[in-house]
Design a protein around this ligand. Structure first.
Ligand SMILES: C[C@H](O)[C@H](O)CC(=O)C(=O)O
Ligand SMILES: [Mg+2]
Length: 394
């Protein structure tokens, strides 16, 4: 069977929400005094945008085949990632078959290894990889989840990330992950406030609802251990990304020091099979949370997930919208998924990558049927109302 070869790869930049979900307007819960590694500087404590969390914007990668079919994907990376895609990665695709995604991934990774390996470059590689899977699905007229082995369950169930787990419970989600608002620089007072917020949510949500803290790399081992032990009284299910992603030793120690039954999770800022191998071999966590648009794309996630499965580690991707949904539905060791509440007050369900995608499915009553994914590729279109800017060509 012959497939049309890849004619052109294009990279665009878009501002305003979407895959760069931290790029929101004023008054959004996601930018309201959240603990970060920059919170030790008082001038950067109130707003993550103040230190540049949204500086990159969304990267849109389009891959056009010789027959005119276009696959696309969105991720974070903006203009610098667009440069890498156009000036460096495109050469490994154009003129080749879209079925050769293993070879293409290998060439993208090893062709950039001398300046890449993690972060922005792997975001760019992920964007290309996801656009390639979208193209393959469109050419084969099948949803990506069919190409990954098919659904292992009829529906996805979701926990919600946002400032209002109590509202998430009413909306049918299985749990609520709250941002941690105060880090070590705010001392004992801040720690008490964190615990008070958890206590309030436990009171409102009842005993059995999952409650988690997202610590966004903000803590040190001592603070994280103390937080975990105080949070145990309120049934905290997991403590997420407590430490720097480079501190594998700290995570291994935290996992040992955490109260029995409380899960330690991390990995949204980790990348590739080698990064996740480190997390797993060092026994850093109970759940790994690769972002599909940052870890290397679906091609790499398949390898990460197989490794995790063999060790009894769950893979619950960070955010990632449709790129997560098509993956999670195919994997036994990914029993549920994350839904990021992007409504400014976390009081209603809106598509995670709004407004960039058309047809982006959302959970109803905390669930999404596999059949909602039954469209070619990742099943979404680029919203024509969103302005694309192509800063580089090749
Ligand atoms: C809420 C967190 O600080 C962050 O914005 C999102 C995240 O880490 C997650 O969804 O997980
Ligand atoms: Mg997180």
């Amino acid at each position: 069977m012959t497939f049309p070869t890849i004619k052109q790869v294009r990279a665009h930049v878009v501002r305003g929400g979407g895959a760069d979900y931290h790029d929101q307007g004023d008054g959004h819960w996601i930018d309201d005094h959240i603990a970060t590694p920059m919170a030790k500087y008082p001038e950067y404590r109130q707003s993550r945008q103040s230190f540049g969390i949204n500086v990159l914007g969304t990267l849109v990668v389009e891959i056009e085949a010789a027959d005119g079919t276009v696959g696309f994907a969105v991720t974070t990376g903006g203009e610098p990632a667009a440069y890498i895609v156009e000036k460096h990665l495109a050469r490994f695709l154009e003129g080749h078959s879209p079925t050769d995604y293993e070879k293409i991934w290998d060439q993208m990774y090893f062709g950039t290894q001398y300046y890449g390996r993690k972060g922005l470059v792997v975001n760019a590689i992920s964007g290309v990889d996801l656009a390639l899977w979208d193209l393959l699905g469109k050419l084969r007229r099948e949803p990506v989840y069919h190409l990954l082995g098919g659904a292992v369950r009829d529906e996805l169930s979701f926990y919600a990330t946002g400032a209002r787990p109590d509202l998430a419970k009413q909306m049918g989600f299985i749990g609520g992950k709250m941002p941690l608002h105060h880090g070590p620089a705010e001392g004992e007072e801040g720690l008490k406030k964190n615990i008070a917020e958890l206590a309030t949510m436990r009171e409102r949500c009842g005993e059995d609802f999952w409650l988690m803290f997202d610590c966004w790399m903000a803590l040190d081992l001592n603070y994280a251990t103390r937080l975990a032990h105080r949070a145990k009284d309120y049934g905290l299910k997991w403590i997420e990304e407590a430490l720097s992603p480079d501190d594998y030793w700290g995570y291994a120690a935290l996992k040992k020091a955490a109260p029995a039954g409380m899960l330690v999770t991390t990995g949204e800022h980790e990348a590739t099979r080698w990064g996740f191998r480190m997390l797993m071999e060092m026994e850093c966590c109970d759940i790994i949370q690769p972002d599909v648009g940052w870890c290397g794309g679906v091609t790499e996630l398949l390898k990460i997930s197989a490794m995790a499965d063999s060790r009894g580690v769950m893979v619950i991707p960070h955010g990632s919208s449709v790129y997560s949904y098509h993956f999670v539905i195919t994997r036994h060791n990914s029993p549920f998924a994350e839904f990021l509440m992007m409504a400014p007050k976390a009081d209603q369900v809106v598509p995670m990558f709004h407004p960039q995608l058309l047809g982006e499915p959302v959970p109803e009553n905390g669930r999404l049927k596999a059949t909602a994914l039954d469209k070619p590729g990742f099943g979404v279109d680029l919203n024509p109302a969103v302005t694309l800017h192509r800063p580089y060509t090749h």
